[in-house]
Design a protein around this ligand. Structure first.
Ligand SMILES: Nc1ncnc2c1ncn2[C@@H]1O[C@H](COP(=O)(O)OP(=O)(O)O)[C@@H](O)[C@H]1O
Ligand SMILES: [Mg+2]
Length: 324
């Protein structure tokens, strides 16, 4: 959940304005924690960080007005793509967006993270079934997750078989047609480091690509390569290039490698670099191991980083006409 100040920051209004939305129809917020309800009923005007808003409340108070599609990807493994994609998706859902997470990595680590314990993994539909069964769309193949507002198209190792089936139709046309009219505000692709037809389709369909960068030369080289590959593919389809932005992960102040990487980023990719920086911390590893997101169990600074990053990505940068 977001506290009132975080909800107001996300919505771009004052806490008083957001709170007056609650006061206008307190009965609509009956599912929120007791302290919140009591304040609303008693007409308490002073907002406090003890009042929390969940997905449904945020959606009612600040309905999303656009649709946007993201890929968190780069041709390099272990840079934090899945960790970042999961935290963004969960934060967006908490902020009131309806989010569809497409796990296109056969290793399925995001699928394992998002599913509730009672989910019947064997029965879940993946992009392979969507490809094999023309009547299926990604929205109908999606399953609910442990997070309100966040649905998942699961991954299994067998999704590796999808790619050869797409050679005739083309991955971009496949993704576009089977995502058309999907009832989501936000679509996010979690991709493996490899680049096949399907993965390239995801990059090309996206309004925005987010590339996590570790403080090493190989991440920066991978970013340069991935940008060139995506631009080349889009030129073939005569389509606009998505906004491509870089996020620094595991940078450590005072470390030589981090300072060198920073210098290289500033000279080669400065215009694409986001101001946010995700620190290297055992807390992140512990959260992943415990099945929690930064909003659920992170420290205050970590929570703040993902709130700010998700707001920047959602609110800034223009979506493409074809997915708007
Ligand atoms: N900033 C960080 N601090 C600590 N551990 C991290 C951080 N970022 C990622 N990790 C850990 O590194 C591993 C690889 O991250 P993951 O998101 O799976 O990468 P990718 O999807 O790019 O392969 C995971 O175990 C993850 O928890
Ligand atoms: Mg991954």
């Amino acid at each position: 959940m977001l506290n009132l100040r975080e909800g107001a920051d996300w919505s771009g209004v004052s806490t008083e304005t957001l709170w007056s939305g609650v006061m206008a129809s307190p009965h609509e917020f009956h599912h929120l924690p007791p302290r919140f309800k009591e304040s609303a009923k008693a007409g308490v005007a002073a907002p406090s960080t003890n009042r929390f808003l969940d997905h449904a409340a945020m959606r009612r108070l600040s309905p999303p007005a656009k649709r946007k599609c993201f890929t968190v990807g780069i041709q390099k493994g272990g840079v934090g793509k899945t960790m970042i994609a999961l935290n963004l998706a969960a934060t967006w859902a908490t902020a009131g967006l309806r989010v569809l997470y497409l796990d296109l990595d056969p290793q399925a680590s995001a699928t394992n993270f998002l599913l509730p314990p009672e989910a019947d993994y064997d029965r879940l539909l993946t992009s392979l079934e969507v490809c094999l069964q023309p009547e299926l769309t990604f929205a109908t193949a999606a399953t609910t997750t442990r997070f309100a507002g966040l649905d998942l198209v699961a991954s299994k190792p067998a999704i590796r078989k999808t790619d050869p089936l797409l050679r005739d139709m083309g991955a971009l046309a496949f993704l576009e047609s089977r995502l058309a009219n999907a009832p989501y505000d936000c679509i996010i692709f979690d991709v493996p480091p490899s680049l096949n037809e399907l993965i390239m389709g995801a990059y090309c369909l996206s309004d925005e690509i987010l590339m996590p960068i570790l403080p090493d030369i190989w991440s920066i080289e991978s970013a340069v390569l991935t940008i060139a590959n995506v631009e080349e593919e889009l030129a073939l389809h005569n389509r606009p290039v998505p906004l491509i932005r870089l996020i620094r992960n595991r940078f450590r102040p005072g470390r030589i490698a981090s300072a060198e990487a920073q210098e290289m980023l500033e000279s080669e990719l400065a215009g694409r670099l986001l101001p946010h920086c995700i620190p290297e911390t055992a807390a992140i590893q512990n959260l992943v191991n415990d099945g929690k997101t930064a909003l659920q169990g992170g420290s205050a600074p970590l929570r703040e980083i993902f709130l700010k990053l998700s707001a920047t990505l959602w609110h800034t940068g223009e979506p493409h006409a074809q997915t708007a």
